[in-house]
Design a protein around this ligand. Structure first.
Ligand code: SAM
Length: 228
């Protein structure tokens, strides 16, 4: 099994002026790229992205790029995290379902913005490691293991749902589990590139918006792709 990148002992989680400076630079870059939500930018300035990287990649932690986290999965590019989160229009107290826990970085951003986060992961090793690691950083979403392409009906409805893997179609179950005025942000397309789709539920109807193309690892499971 490939080493999981973010298994750092708590004693080694350091956040110095250099790393805070690099985060400030990243925030300026995201602002230049069009991200406007100040509470989101503040969250990105706070969450230490470097602790999700192993030593060999540490110097790249504040580049605006996706990086491997083990198990063939990635921590998403900061711009992608920011773009999806901005489209969710997060308000403090929102109940958010995240499909694809991965490293847990996206969940930390949502928690910093005051959301109550339910996060589900399909890869057991990632689920276990992230469930252990995030509380060490002081972040406590509700962790679930399973097929998030079916949503998480046991805790529905949600104010917001974010899918952080590329889906072949919008999973119906996620639309069903969205509350009134709820927002679902999901990348939809083929295995190489996906269009970012935002669905807003209003009076039972769905308002659909489409944005740019992105490139995610595949959403697996019953309403996703059948293999990685
Ligand atoms: N949000 C993550 C972060 O902040 O690091 C990045 C997620 S990574 C791009 C996509 C994740 O989705 C992977 O960890 C993958 O195992 C997970 N995934 C794929 N299919 C899934 C499914 N059906 N249910 C839940 N998680 C799934």
């Amino acid at each position: 099994m490939q080493k999981l990148a973010f298994l750092v002992p708590k004693s080694m989680i350091e956040d110095n002026y250099k790393q805070r400076g690099l985060r400030g630079k990243l925030v300026r870059k995201l602002r230049q790229k069009g991200i406007r939500d100040e509470r989101l930018l503040e969250a990105i300035a706070k969450v230490p992205r470097h602790v999700f990287f192993d030593d060999a990649l540490l110097g790249h932690a504040y580049e605006d790029k996706a990086f491997p986290i083990g198990e063939g999965q990635t921590i998403s590019q900061p711009y992608t995290v920011a773009f999806q989160t901005e489209k969710l229009e997060i308000k403090a107290g929102d109940k958010v379902l995240e499909i694809g826990t991965g490293s847990g970085y996206q969940a930390c951003i949502l928690l910093e913005m005051g959301a109550k986060v339910y996060t589900i992961e399909y890869n057991r090793a990632l689920y276990q490691k992230t469930r252990e690691f995030l509380p060490e950083l002081g972040y406590n979403p509700f962790f679930f293991f399973g097929d998030g392409s079916k949503g998480l009906p046991v805790r529905a409805p949600y104010d917001k749902i974010i899918v952080t893997a590329g889906a072949p179609v919008v999973p119906d179950a996620l639309v069903t589990q969205l509350g009134e005025n709820g927002i679902l942000v999901v990348p939809v397309g083929n295995r190489d590139k996906q269009l970012m789709v935002k669905l807003t539920k209003q009076k039972g109807a769905l308002i659909k918006e489409e944005f740019d193309f992105f490139s995610f690892v595949p959403l697996l499971g019953e309403h996703g792709w059948k293999s990685q």
